[in-house]
Write a protein that binds this ligand. Structure first.
Ligand SMILES: [Zn+2]
Length: 364
């Protein structure tokens, strides 16, 4: 099995801050519609490709296609653009960055930089802390308000100007890997299952909108798809980089390249966790376990409680430097996750191994 790495890099180059996922979604569908039998979209912007739409048992594989970013909130008289975060970028990584701002009037992303004060002119306390958003601005080179407003309206989205690239040892680094990597893996799994001739399972690969601002897209699409079982795919903290000793005690030790993370806890239906672990063991896929004692900050939260209770699992993708422009994942982990998910879906081919969903009568 080999992943469509070029498609992954191509998708990562498309800006998709929460609420502005449309272009990403249409490229994704262009790539993956040929591997499904049906393409779905809702009014919220969620999209899905469906394999075997008439099969009696539905497995939903989900990633969120929105990324963190910024939004223009004010244009001043000198043509500087003020902004606020979309979701939770790390403020400390913002100043001095190259950015792209979307121009509706020209229908293109325009380059700019995040301006700040030279270090020489900063007070002592300013040197020691990250600047507040109100103390930074985007400079696109405009000379005044008129020039800036001809291109940008308040509400325009912004992303950091970072495309993805491959470093040593199959490590991919870039902006917004959270969670376009989860989307990529859900859709790659669908492609692999189509090519392997899967028949009796309806597979719905979902790219959800607006996770970063409160798990909003998965909530609406999980309700509509109402799967028999669902797996959310999202990045999980790789705590193998320096100065994570304390974090390892809190969120576990996760090593980049050591395989998928299987989350367990109340937000993960035990039978789903167990099935994922069983498949990993049977197929010799390395995996790492992380305990999630509460509702996770992922789409698994809303998927598990959509409509009735939906048996829900969560597979984490080891990721260094989350919510910075230098997010890093390992290609071998990605391959292993697709293998795991494909095996997971296939495990439901045997009707007696399917999970009940909804309210079922207990007979003694
Ligand atoms: Zn995130």
């Amino acid at each position: 099995m080999s992943l469509k790495k070029e498609w992954f890099l191509e998708l990562l180059s498309i800006p998709s801050p929460s609420g502005f996922e449309e272009v990403f979604a249409s490229r994704l569908l262009e790539r993956y519609a040929p591997y499904g039998d049906q393409v779905l979209q809702d009014a919220h912007g969620n999209v899905a490709v469906v394999l075997n739409p008439d099969a009696p048992y539905t497995v939903m594989l989900e990633g969120h296609m929105d990324e963190i970013g910024y939004m223009i909130t004010h244009v001043d008289d000198n043509g500087f653009l003020y902004f606020q975060p979309i979701g939770g970028p790390d403020r400390a990584t913002t100043e001095g960055q190259r950015v792209r701002v979307f121009s509706e009037s020209e229908n293109r992303w325009v380059k700019g930089v995040v301006g700040g004060k030279p270090i020489h002119l900063k007070d002592r306390d300013e040197r020691d802390r990250a600047r507040k958003y109100e103390e930074m601005w985007i400079d696109v080179g405009a000379r005044n308000r008129e020039e800036a407003e001809a291109l940008f309206r308040v509400g325009a989205p912004v992303v950091l100007d970072w495309d993805a690239e491959e470093l040593l040892n199959g490590r991919i680094v870039g902006r917004g890997i959270d969670d376009r990597v989860g989307v990529f893996l859900a859709f790659e799994t669908l492609r692999v299952l189509r090519e392997s001739g899967l028949r009796d399972i309806r597979v719905v690969a979902v790219a959800a909108v607006q996770e970063e601002i409160g798990l909003r897209g998965a909530r609406t699409i999980a309700y509509e798809v109402y799967p028999d079982v669902a797996v959310a795919l999202d990045v999980d903290f790789a705590t193998d980089a320096p100065s994570h000793e304390k974090d390892q005690k809190r969120v576990g030790k996760v090593v980049l390249g050591k395989g998928p993370v299987l989350l367990r806890g109340p937000n993960i239906t035990p039978a789903v966790f167990e099935r994922l672990e069983e498949v990993a063991k049977k197929e010799n896929i390395p995996y790492q376990i992380v305990g999630a004692p509460g509702a996770t900050g992922t789409d698994a939260w809303v998927m598990q409680v959509a409509r009735g209770a939906i048996p829900t699992g969560l597979v984490g993708i080891p990721n260094r430097y989350m919510h910075t422009p230098a997010e890093m994942v390992d290609l071998e982990d990605l391959e292993n996750i697709v293998k795991l998910l494909a095996g997971f879906v296939r495990s439901f081919e045997a009707p007696e191994r399917r999970f009940p969903r909804g309210l079922v009568e207990v007979k003694d």
